[in-house]
Design a protein around this ligand. Structure first.
Ligand SMILES: [Zn+2]
Length: 125
C-alpha cells in the first residue's frame, strides 16, 4: 500500500502565505485548501495541482510525497512466504532463505538442487 501525502501546509508556511492568500492566488476555495492540508481531501484534480504548484513555485514532487506503508508491506511479504523457485510454502520446507529486498526466497531443497547441479557440472568436466 502506498499513500500520497500532501505537503501543501508545510510548503505554504515556508512561503509565508496564509490559506486565504493562496486561495486568492489560485482561485481555489480556502475550504479546499484547508481540506488538502489536513488530509481530509480524497483527491486533487490536475488543474488544482498545477495551480498550486504555479502559485507556490514548487514542483509536484515537493507538493506531494509518496509514503510507503511499511507495516502493510511486511505483512504482505510474510503472507506470501514461499520459495520463488519451486513455490513451496514456508511450512513445507526446512529452511526458507529470504533475499535482502524481501522479493526473492529460496528453500533448502532448491539450494540442495542447485548444489547438485553445480557438482554434476563440475564432475562432467
Ligand atoms: Zn524451493
Amino acid at each position: 500500500m502506498v499513500k500520497i501525502k500532501c505537503n501543501l501546509g508545510k510548503v505554504r508556511k515556508d512561503k509565508k502565505l496564509k490559506q486565504t492568500d493562496l486561495a486568492l492566488m489560485t482561485g481555489i476555495s480556502q475550504k479546499a485548501i484547508s481540506e488538502l492540508e489536513s488530509g481530509k481531501s480524497k483527491g486533487i484534480s490536475f488543474s488544482t495541482a498545477s495551480k498550486l504548484c504555479e502559485a507556490l513555485n514548487v514542483t509536484l514532487d515537493e507538493l506531494f510525497e509518496i509514503e510507503k506503508d511499511i507495516e502493510n508491506l511486511e505483512i504482505e511479504v510474510l503472507e506470501k512466504l514461499s520459495c520463488s523457485f519451486c513455490g513451496k510454502k514456508e511450512h513445507e520446507v526446512d529452511v526458507l532463505i529470504i533475499s535482502k529486498n524481501k522479493k526473492v526466497l529460496i528453500c533448502s531443497s532448491c539450494v540442495e538442487r542447485c548444489n547438485q547441479l553445480i557438482s554434476t557440472k563440475k564432475g562432467g568436466k
